[in-house]
Every structure is written in structure tokens, then in C-alpha cells.
Design a protein around this ligand. Sequence first.
Ligand code: FES
Length: 403
Amino acid sequence: MKRRSSTWFGGQDRDGFIHRSWMKNQGRPDHLFDGRPVIGICNTWSELTPCNTHFRAIADHVKRGVYEAGGFPLEFPVMSLGETLMRPTAMLFRNLVSMDVEESIRANPIDGVILLAGCDKTTPALLMGAASCDIPSLMISGGPMLSGKFHGQDIGSGTDVWRFSEDVRRGVMSECDFLEAEGCMNRSAGHCMTMGTASTMASVVEALGMGLPTNAAIPAVDARRYALAHMAGQRIVEMVHEDLRMSKVLTRAAFENAIRVVGAIAGSTNAVIHLLAIAGRIGVDLTVDDWDKLGRGVPCLVNLMPSGKYLMEDFYYAGGLPAVIEDLGDLINRDALTVNGKTIGENVAGARCHNREVVKPKDNPLTKEGGLAVLRGNLCPNGAVLKPSAATPDLMKHRGRAV
Ligand code: FES
């Protein structure tokens, strides 16, 4: 099989000279250009994206694995999207980043790609761009931050900011405590550690089969996150040898699994727009109505903020996503292929839950209906999405003036 990279590095002519010679200015020896798989490491590292600031270290561990498996790793940057600083909103740039990813891969000698994503929009943007190229691809999520700790209590990024700021306005929290909480909430590398969009999309990566097992929940600063990166580096080289392209993993069955997993984890409603966009890029027919259809009857098992009580660190120690997928039983298409070459059913076989407060049993779920509800009416003719697990009962039936 002729690799893409060989059309750059394989020639004995003037162009081959140019393509190799300039790369040798980085101290790269001749044997790296002998036709081995060239692995791009697509990095959204940026100091302006606090959730992704540890990605240079993750990339270094990926490189170890790539070299070990006989590949040639080349790290490259793409535009990064941080939720907290970007104006008017990071969502405005998701598609721009997907184009950056797609054109960076297409324009360069890359046979397979590792995608490093963390903060909310970076995950869909990278999956969309890579899907359009359809080369062997594997995503590593940056992992959640450690749990926030404030005055002896766990606090969740995002979720508790709103509560604190309201408490200050109500006069039940001092400004001094409010400012102290700033340093207690986000206290390590990683993305938001509630089940917000970043954690939801990291879980989607694992449910789609685009990440290695346990990708979703290992804390960003846990050494096992770096070991996972090392193994991903090894695996992407094998994927190039096997020609295991993204389209073989991202099938309709994989998307159905992801939709049901989003229900079981009480995932973010943003997953709807992102999954529809990824499906569109890879050519899988998926509509907003599939969310309603497939999500029905999926119990919400994961007791994490904002729907529940705990945080991603607790989720990992309780067994993480493999335990949830195993619990979902035949709600999951167990034959769906994943990036490690095994089916998702094989990956989770025997996975156990270690804390039934964090991952509830199916016969006593957090809520019976975990899926997202798709609503239609004259206010939203194209559909709107509601997360019943996070809605108070009075939201489920409301009469009022439309503004
Ligand atoms: Fe980056 Fe929440 S701000 S994941």
C-alpha cells in the first residue's frame, strides 16, 4: 500500500530532496524518511485555552508510543477554542477550526493523526475536520480537572460559579469568600470536571469508538492519562498499517451508541449539534429526531453535576464510562468497531462499577428517562432540545407569555 507520505518523502528527485532536506534542519536522521507511517499530532494547546494547557506534555507521550511502534510523529498546531475568554462565543469558530484541521491534514504528508482535544468546542471541531479527510485517526481527550475544593466541600466548574454569584447578590456569601473560591474551583490542568460539554464530548469520543477505553474520565493530571497517550501513539501506527480509517469506526451504530450514552450520563444538550455535524462530515444519516427516538427508555445512571451531585474524578474512580456502557447492556450496539481494533462490547466486557452512588444501577437510576427530549411547536418549528434530567418539574409543563 502506498502511503500518502511517500508522495512527499519517497521521491529521489528535486521535490523529494526539498521535502526531506528542510525537515532535517530539526535533526531528523535519514531513516525516519524510509517509508514508515507519518503520524500527525493535531494539537489545540494554547495558553488562551486554560483547559488545554497540558497538551504539549500529552503530545510528548504520544511521540514515545509512535517511535516505539516504528512511526514518525510530527506535531502541528491548529487554532484553539477556549470557552472562558473567547468573544463573542467559541461556538462561532468551531467550523473554522474544523477547516483548519482538514486543510492541515490534506496539505501535509500525514498517514494517520492523533487528535488532542479538551475544551468544549475543540472536540467536535477536530473530529469534523479529520472525518472529512477519512484517514486513520484517534482522539485523546485532555481529561477533566481535579474536583474543586472550597471550605470542605466539592465544587464544580461552571455549576457553582452561578450559585456563588447569586449568593453574593443575596448577601449570604461575602465578596472575600467569593474571590477565595476562584483559586479553589479550577485547581489543576484539565477541562471542566462537571458533566458539561467537555466531559460529555470526551464520553462521546469513547462511545463512538474514537478513543481508547477509559479515555473519557481519567483526570488530566493522573499519570494514567499519559500512559493512555503513550498507548494511543503505538496504536495509531498499527491503525495506519491496518488502514483502519475513521469511516470504519464512525458508523450509524457508533452514533446510536453515543446518543444512548449521552442519555445515560445526563450529557450536555450541545452534544446534539456536535454529533449531527460530525455525522454529516462522515456521511452518516442522523437527524435531531434520532435523539428523541434512540434516547427514549435510556435511564440516567451517572450522578454528576449539573444533574446530580458528583464530579468527573469520582466518576473515574467509580469505574468511568466502561462501567456505564457495560450496565447499558443491549441498549448498546456491542459489535461497533473501535480504534483499538476491538468492538465496544469487547472493550467493556467485565467492567465493574465501584461506587453505586456515583453510577446508579439500572433498576434504581438517577432518573428513569435520561435521554434528551426534542420539542416542536410554533416557537421552534425546526425543533428544540430539553434535558429532562436537569429540568425542575415546573419546567416540564409551563404556561406563560411568549416574548
Ligand atoms: Fe473549557 Fe469548560 S471552560 S471545558
